[in-house]
Write a new protein. Structure first.
Length: 231
């Protein structure tokens, strides 16, 4: 990996820009407008869920970046050191014979990707909640339209019904926007960065094991066999 801290830098650039946009939206009153126009309060729910999993995904990014740095620096602790230790133990159990590391590599990737998958699930759930909010908003609007058709021409009633229709359309539009931005864009980008880094780290570990660790173990086992035969 060219820069061990590349994941952390990407996270910093993305979130600095994104939170700056959020601050600008707050200054313009758009966030207040979104909350006030959402009769279902799904936007608030999505916002709370997003903040919780933003912290979760950010911690995962920090933890994964730490493992990349440990591997690049040859640290004796961490995921990479643990993986290479398991290869040595497997070689010892097989008396130094040739062995395949694919199962260990698959297990390593599964262990690293499991916490990351939660971010992907929540991102999809936020998009789904946005779509549900769209349906709820149209239901509110259609209900108001039905009242207007059956309620006569009373001015106050018509004004109330029009307000209900506007509220329904606001719910439909704003929940869709919030779900798409928070889940479909922001958290999904976090997930993509995490998944790419996991795959890249596993590839680097497997390559180093194939090039350096496993041949060294086999040479060492061959030397031991030669020494025993000489005795």
């Amino acid at each position: 990996m060219n820069n061990p801290n590349a994941l952390l830098y990407k996270w910093l650039i993305l979130n600095s820009f994104a939170w700056l946009l959020v601050y600008a939206a707050w200054l313009q009153g758009w966030i207040h407008l979104t909350i006030a126009s959402d009769a279902s309060y799904l936007s608030v729910v999505m916002g709370v869920v997003f903040v919780v999993f933003w912290f979760v995904s950010s911690y995962n990014i920090y933890a994964l970046n730490r493992e990349v740095v440990r591997f690049a620096g040859g640290d004796a602790h961490g995921v990479a050191a643990d993986y290479f230790d398991k290869l040595r133990r497997k070689s010892a159990n097989m008396a130094g014979g040739a062995f395949d590391q694919s199962m260990l590599a698959s297990t390593l990737r599964a262990r690293l990707i499991m916490p990351v998958q939660a971010v992907n699930y929540v991102a999809n759930i936020l998009v789904l909640l946005g779509l549900i909010g769209t349906v709820v908003g149209f239901v509110i609007a259609v209900a108001g339209l039905g009242d207007s058709l059956s309620g006569g021409t009373n001015i106050e009633r018509v004004q109330g019904v029009l307000g209900q229709i506007v509220n329904g359309m606001g719910t439909a539009l704003f929940t869709t926007v919030v779900g798409s931005i928070l889940g479909g864009l922001w958290l999904q980008i976090h997930y993509i960065m995490l998944a790419r880094t996991v795959n890249g780290l596993v590839i680097e570990l497997v390559e180093q094991a194939e090039i350096e660790i496993i041949p060294g173990l086999m040479r060492r086992a061959g030397a031991v066999d030669v020494a025993k035969a000489a005795e």
